[in-house]
Design a protein around this ligand. Structure first.
Ligand code: HEC
Length: 152
């Protein structure tokens, strides 16, 4: 019993201490000239869907939820945001060259079709990211059209 108490005590101490290791929640300013939805003049309806479902991890406009203030959850969220931005950052879309844009569109479409994006765990806490079949189809059509017409 003594052992269990010790473990609980030290776990609490560690939990308290890790709260002092914060994450950087500062977003870089958004340049609207290179921001995807502005530069592409994305229709309002589509733009709302992309912003609601993808922008938290794939842009510099991340809105951090309340639970992102608790370590170690905060670390996991921050690493998703960092990784997400590395793969695709809509805020700097116009800085990518044509080849890169094309390959990004080619990976965006299958992630929507296979429902691997938005990340399933994220949808649980973000209703607006829980895309309906129709909304998914809208996004897929929009990105496919862009790819076909090479208007990226
Ligand atoms: C909660 C964070 C989060 C959200 C929301 C999110 N993503 Fe991602 N995304 C990631 C992470 C992390 C990765 C990199 C790891 C991986 O591939 O799973 C990624 C990777 C990707 C990739 C690259 C995959 C590849 O095969 O190269 C694409 C494309 C992508 N996401 C598209 C989207 C789209 C489109 C949306 C919105 C419909 C979206 N994501 C929403 C976190 C997110």
């Amino acid at each position: 019993m003594k052992m269990v108490k010790k473990i609980v005590f030290w776990s609490l101490v560690v939990f308290a201490l890790i709260q002092f290791v914060p994450i950087d929640r500062a977003n870089k300013p958004v340049d609207h000239k290179v921001n995807f939805v502005d530069a592409k003049k994305t229709p309002e309806k589509i733009s709302k869907l992309i912003k609601g479902a993808c922008y938290d991890c794939h842009s510099n406009e991340t809105v951090y939820p309340k639970y992102s203030y608790i370590a170690p959850v905060s670390w996991s969220i921050k690493s998703h945001v960092n990784e997400g931005r590395e793969h695709l950052n809509f805020s700097i879309w116009q800085t990518y060259n044509s080849d890169l844009k094309e390959s990004m569109l080619n990976s965006i479409i299958p992630t929507l079709q296979s429902k691997t994006m938005p990340m399933p765990g994220y949808i649980v806490y973000h209703k607006e990211a829980n895309l309906s079949e129709a909304e998914r189809k809208l996004l897929i059509n929009y990105f496919e059209e862009m790819l076909k017409s090479k208007s990226y």
